[in-house]
Write a protein that binds this ligand. Structure first.
Ligand code: GLC
Length: 755
């Protein structure tokens, strides 16, 4: 449709029809017998009203979405097509590693490939808009949705966010071609910083911290062309995002020039009443609309109250038209007026879903996402002449996708056992060792009533239980083996939405298994499955080798065994610090020095910014990850150590200097190392972080090969959000590091003269 035709269509709509365009209903309302978690089918809404909705949420498949679309368009007075939206977080049916695991790849091309794959499969199923990527910066492992983020660094999240939007939408700003979907980034904003790491809790952030750390990745994705933005559930400094005009209009529209569609999170308009900022749904609708929300996701409020609010003069019809036109333009960009079904097609969905290319891409992503934390005695790679016991509930499990892979199916997945079984040249034995526990195994301590129990005395002796048969069998296998590989960790339901934990230990029954196995064999490799960083102290104490496998998805078994056997090398780097214990949370590498920094060498705690019972450093820092290869990085060299001139703090083009270092593979094993560039503004008008990631390069090297890793330093890499909320670039000395992780001391300095 042309702009003129869109305007004519808009002009032909009644007030009510416009309000319906701004309302999204859950798909089960259209499929009486279907359900999505927790959605009661609302029988008050008539078929005719459902047909007027502008969009719906969740897609069952191409046939279902085509049927719904046809049925509703036939009933719609103007035959306007609906948008079909759903969560496509890290793959559709071919499920990739979680976004946090993809952050560990430090490979934006891999992340783009993941979303390109997801777009191909989901569009064929009938999806027009993916509620993805989630770009919330995370520093607190207690929060369950850290699994959905690419981590704790604004630069890494920005690079990955751009790549994922490209993967979904392609590169054409004017249309969403076949095999692609629109991207709805989320959750705007700062949903990842809830107080106490507790889900949906308030976020207390200064404007400076918000702008410096939490907003950049959303902005980068919008610059990349994301079509939609989803406002977050929670309050920022007491204001719910769905009612936050400063966020949704002043920043998103006026400062960033976003012209796309803003949608709330699930029922977030209705939740304004729970927040206590609206007396009822009508007032909540007014608040949200005035704040800048275009589409009401499933509060079923806008279609009921916006017409009244316009008739009462509280909202002008012109304001309403602006929002409706955004929705019509998005439908037009997707080509729905010409082809309302877009790519929804039975044949296509069978061709692309889980196709060999997609599985191969997922398998490669798994191998790039694994992080080798330590490898004492080089227990890895596994040797063909060794007897190797594969033990743990994750040996057989096919539940390798996260709680946020609604279309992922365990039966599609390749388990560790199946992948190992394909390696006939190795001698493996198997034992589960203990049952897999799900989230309710943790829940018992989450119920409010247990507070009373926790207060009560309890003199019942904890009688030592006889080791159960599963554990005894596992110990037997371990005793007979040269090496043990333990596959343990959180179950997929222990992270994700509404899965905050106050304790980030592995499930107790699995730690018991590790303890038992360690009694009979100390050559243990522990592979940790998790949605979040966990407390790995005991795992490290009892294992000589430790690997982070995250939740690896459909090709998990293949990808893991590819790396454990050395067919692939480790290259993953931590996108989020692994704390010593939950007491360190929230923790991130880019902290401020404070007036009493703890001496990292003398490590003296007294009267320093430190704990007396725990180190300041995480167990494993951001950017850390080992390899079968070893690398040497030369001292940093600069094209100049003095720069003169005044520069625009937002300038990303001007090259002030080039920092470089020579990287050498000093081992006999080909490998990839992600070389990282960090910068610190030594003295500024605000206390600045001890260092900040400002660049990274994946460098592939053959044994003995050397290559120079170079980074151009631009003004924007040195600037920061000043006290007045604007970016500033201040003259002075800067420290620059080039290394393999955020604790590298390979550094030099340069000075920026302001004149
Ligand atoms: C959920 C999530 C959001 C998701 C939406 C629709 O509660 O917070 O990420 O896109 O509802 O499923």
């Amino acid at each position: 449709m042309t702009e003129k035709q869109l305007k004519e269509l808009l002009g032909s709509l009644s007030l009510t029809e416009k309000a319906f365009q701004l309302t999204q209903a859950p798909a089960p309302y259209y499929m009486k017998d279907a359900q999505i978690a927790g959605t009661e089918v609302n029988t008050e809404i008539s078929e005719r009203e459902l047909a007027l909705m502008g969009s719906n949420l969740y897609v069952y498949g191409p046939k279902e979405s085509r049927d719904i679309q046809k049925r509703c368009m036939d009933m719609h007075p103007h035959h306007i097509p609906m948008l079909f939206m759903m969560d496509v977080i890290h793959g559709y049916r071919t499920v990739f590693p979680t976004p946090l695991a993809m952050g560990a790849t430090f490979d934006p091309e891999r992340a783009e490939e993941m979303m390109r794959t997801a777009a191909a499969e989901s569009s064929a199923a009938g999806v027009d808009v993916a509620f993805s990527p989630m770009l919330d910066l995370v520093r607190d492992a207690r929060w369950g949705r850290v699994m959905e983020s690419t981590g704790e660094d604004p630069y890494l999240n920005s690079v990955m966010g751009r790549a994922m939007v490209r993967g979904f939408q392609g590169n054409d700003k004017n249309e969403i071609p076949t095999g692609r979907v629109s991207s709805c980034i989320k959750h705007f904003a700062a949903y990842g910083a809830p107080e106490g790491g507790r889900e949906y809790q308030n976020v207390e952030l200064s404007e400076h911290t918000l702008r410096e750390y939490y907003l950049p990745a959303y902005r980068a994705a919008i610059e990349e062309g994301a079509d939609m933005v989803m406002s977050s559930f929670q309050t920022i400094n007491g204001i719910p995002s769905a009612a936050n005009r400063w966020l949704l209009r002043d920043i998103l529209r006026d400062e960033w020039g976003f012209e796309g569609v803003v949608i709330t999170d699930w029922a977030a308009i209705e939740e304004l009443v729970n927040h206590g900022v609206a007396a009822d749904l009508k007032e909540a609708s007014l608040l949200a609309f005035k704040a800048g929300v275009d589409i009401d996701m499933c509060s079923m409020a806008y279609y009921r109250y916006l017409p009244e609010l316009v008739e009462e003069g509280k909202i002008s019809e012109e304001e309403l038209d602006v929002s409706v036109m955004r929705v019509l333009k998005l439908k037009n960009k997707l080509g729905l007026f010409e082809n309302p079904y877009k790519d929804a097609d039975e044949t296509r969905v069978n061709v692309v879903t889980l196709c060999p290319e997609h599985r191969a891409a997922a398998r490669k992503a798994v191998s790039e996402s694994l992080v080798l934390l330590k490898n004492e005695g080089n227990l890895l790679p596994l040797k063909k002449n060794h007897k190797i016991a594969l033990i743990g509930p994750y040996v057989e499990s096919r539940e390798l996708h996260s709680a946020w892979a609604p279309n992922g199916k365990a039966e599609d997945a390749v388990s560790v056992r199946e992948a190992a079984g394909e390696l006939s040249e190795y001698s493996f034995t198997y034992a589960s060792g203990c049952p897999m526990q799900t989230w309710d195994a943790l829940l018992v301590h989450g119920k409010e009533h247990s507070i009373e129990d926790l207060r009560k005395s309890d003199f019942s002796e904890h009688k030592p239980e006889m080791p159960d048969t599963l554990q005894v069998q596992a110990m037997q296998k371990a005793m007979e083996a040269d090496r043990v590989v333990l596959f343990i960790g959180e179950h997929r339901t222990m992270s994700g939405e509404a899965a905050s934990r106050a304790d980030i230990s592995l499930p107790e029954n699995q730690l018991d298994l590790l303890r038992a196995v360690a009694k009979v064999n100390r050559n243990i490799v522990t592979v940790v499955f998790c949605g979040r960083p966990l407390d790995l102290r005991e795992v490290c104490r009892l294992s000589r080798t430790v690997v982070m496998a995250w939740l690896p998805g459909t090709e998990g078994g293949h990808g893991i065994m590819d790396v454990l056997t050395g067919k692939e090398n480790f290259s993953g780097k931590l996108p989020m610090s692994i704390p010593v214990s939950v007491g360190q949370a929230p923790i991130s590498y880019n902290q401020l020095a404070t007036g009493r920094p703890k001496d990292p060498v003398r490590d003296v705690a007294l009267y320093r910014s430190a704990y007396i019972d725990t180190p300041n450093r995480p167990l494993f820092p951001f950017g850390y990850g080992r390899s079968y290869s070893s690398f040497a990085i030369s001292p940093v060299s600069l094209s100049t150590s003095e720069v003169t001139g005044v520069y625009d703090p937002c300038d990303r083009e001007t090259v002030l200097l080039t920092a470089s270092a020579e990287v050498e593979n000093t081992s006999a094993v080909p490998g990839v190392v992600t070389v990282q560039l960090y910068i610190r503004d030594n003295t500024a008008s605000l206390a600045r972080p001890v260092r900040e990631l400002r660049g990274f390069n994946r460098v592939e090297l053959q044994p003995g090969e050397k290559r120079t890793a170079s980074f151009d330093v631009t003004p924007s890499m040195l600037s920061f959000v000043g006290a007045e909320g604007k970016r500033v670039l201040e003259p002075g000395r800067f420290t620059i590091w080039i290394g393999e992780d955020s604790e590298t001391e390979n550094k030099t300095e340069f000075v920026l003269n302001g004149r």
